[in-house]
Design a protein around this ligand. Sequence first.
Ligand code: UGA
Length: 425
Amino acid sequence: MSAKEPIGVIGVGWVGLCTAAAFAELGHEVYARDILPEKVESLQRGEVPMHEPGLSELLRENADRLHFTTDMGVVLDNAKLLFCCVDTPPTYSGDADLSRVEAVIEELGDSTEHAIVMKSTVPVGTGRSIARRRTDLGYISNPEFLKEGAAVHDFMHPDRVVVGAEPGSEAFAERVAALYEPLGGPIVMTDVASAEMIKLASNAFLATKISFINEIANVSEELGADVNEVARGMGLDDRIGPKFLRAGIGYGGSCFPKDVSALKQLAGNTGYHFQLLTAVIEVNELQKRRTIGKLQKHLGPLAGKEIALLGVAFKPDTDDVREATSLVLAARLAGEGASVRVYDPVASANAEGKLGGARVCASAIEALQGADAAVIVTEWQEFAELDWAGAVKDAMRTPVLVDGRNYLDRDALRAAGYDYEGIGR
Ligand code: UGA
């Protein structure tokens, strides 16, 4: 089979759009289908619905190979490998909601020529159960490992590609693997359940690393160590590695919180109590709230205080606010009676209605004007470039700064007269 075989993409959210754009860039015709006509029309007009570096360029440069449609028939007629990229949000029980995946499967008529290639994150066992029901279709698990804000880069330079196949789908698995060969990363060919577990376990492990270093940070604060130094010293050990050891005010986003709780839930459903993940989740929730104590240490009771939150997105270079620490902080501060102002370079609009009574500002300096304290919630580069010693200090009522990402130059800020509080140092 030619490496340029046409690709179907079902569900054009963040994963689907990045996947569609990247396969088009690799020279494939891509037939991408979404159920929302407004979304499809705006993509057909060349509009990009999210902030993702490099994505609009890829979409523009490969527009002639990208076919957006609401019609599943168009996809089925033109492509045999159907990448399922619909979302699987958490339910109240912590299980993943598979209704969108099931709706897609329902729509596929019986055709032994087609294979569903699951990119949506699904519970371990989902693929096997779909494959047993739909013996007419091929079934491949091909989880995504894209970081928001670096998704295009991650797609084009994969650490690994995972392709899981059910017996009988081996030929489809070879075709899926062939699509990624030009990218050069290792390709892990495995069974479907293991592929599904690789995805969940990878996210759970990364979240564990973060909660671990956050606990080391909290203990370091008490014992006089500097968590940045500790992480540097630990990370040089090849077996540990330096990545995901940045202490901060907790992880957020649409993936870690959801996938960690889905894996915990999945284990629980089998009767196994996944103690470690229970702690990872709890540590993260408490970490988001620790900022309140740091503010109180300098300001006393927060009632009536003006607090500026710099950053709303769950991390820089994205406008995604799902499970962002900013939302918890804004609500907690309001609960303490503080007045909150927020600023984010791109994400504020997405947080509308989720920030309590916080005032959304058009610039960092507007948010800082008259503030009793500022909190770095998201490490946007723009915040490092502010004139902290000059214009910012003049604007704030009192120079109290909680750097929730250990992002700014602590020594320079202290020298400039700030009461600087980092995380774990
Ligand atoms: C994460 C994974 O990194 C991707 O591999 C995966 O494909 C994706 O989830 C997914 O399942 O779709 P993402 O949620 O975009 O990607 O963001 P990350 O860059 O992993 O950051 C997650 C959170 O952890 C952020 O809130 C970030 O601020 C926080 N973090 C990250 C830390 O607090 N410390 C660190 O050292 C690293």
